[in-house]
Design a protein around this ligand. Sequence first.
Ligand code: URA
Ligand code: ZN
Length: 386
Amino acid sequence: MALTSKLVDIHTHIYLPRYTALLRSRSSVPRILTTTSPLTGAPEDRLLILDHEPSGGRPVGPQYWARDEKLRFMNTHGIDVSLVSSANPWLDFLPPSEAQTLASQLNDDLEEYCAGSPTLADSPTLKRLYGFGLLPLVPGIPVPALLETVQQISKLPHLKGIIMGTRGIGSGLDDESLDPVWDALSQAGLVVFLHPHYGVEATAWGPKDNGHVLPLALGFPFETTIATTRLILSGVFDRFPTLRLLLAHSGGALPQLSSRLASCIDHDPIVASRLKHDARFYLGQLYFDAVAYGPEEIGFVSDVIARANSFSASTKGSGFISADRRLGSKRMLFGTDHPFFPPLNSTEKWRSVVENLQAIDAVSGWGQEEKDSVRGNNALALFGLI
Ligand code: URA
Ligand code: ZN
């Protein structure tokens, strides 16, 4: 298939019906609670997933689980293909055996959800929907159970990667006992989508009710920043150079902090000796969604990715060499975060989506080729869809 200009959404979520049923059956967070709307008096489902859930949770409806709603949203915004992932908190709260069984069932469910989607009118070999599977990453799970699930996902033709949170099997992602999992994922060619859920310690937000603003705007990206930095420091990218890791929300604060990180490592020789490269090099090994909402931020991330190539082993710690912003566009991918951030009124198009597309279009120094790469061509290549 020729590289035509497709719009591909790589950051879009679902709570599959089987998972929704579990959330409805629970009496503690995470759960779906049916309450009475204070405005209309009608019954209303609310999603409570965060530990200190602000403002009584969020309203939840078929956009969170129905395939038709996903396709309708895609049609409204001109999205050709979506790579759908389960939304947080995945299986994190379940005991190991339950997590393993449910992971396997949800992977089969997602395969069916994608396989049953229509094909693209102008590219009949492409489906509208592909997916990221789930691993039962919970404390106490034996690593062979994780490897078994990697094998399951790698045999499901519409699943092209996995989504994971930042806790691993209880000690974070820099836990060396996860090395066989990184190895298996690399060998299977599955893209790992790293996504936050926990944010940072809630006391950091103070007593004032600012709704979901602080946990989502700051907590989520800081969590991703910390998890990815720990992965870099653990040498995972030296041990598994073919691992493909996609960071939610444009990598959080990591691009902004990467030179500071490199400097701190340089001044800590024991840590520095563990790594083959300058810390900034590893940002060029990663993939970043473009869910940042501003052309300046997206352009800046592109600069940082482009610069990474300047920091090979031979230039470890040697400082800044400027690079061409356009190169960074090759590792950035459009996403929407649907069904989160819905419009406040029922306008047809979602502001969160329109703004992100406008931001990609307005990045200074990017031409049509770079914008098309980020809008969809990178995704088609990364997920082996061309
Ligand atoms: N809120 C969430 O809980 N998850 C997302 O992915 C986005 C917003
Ligand atoms: Zn998300």
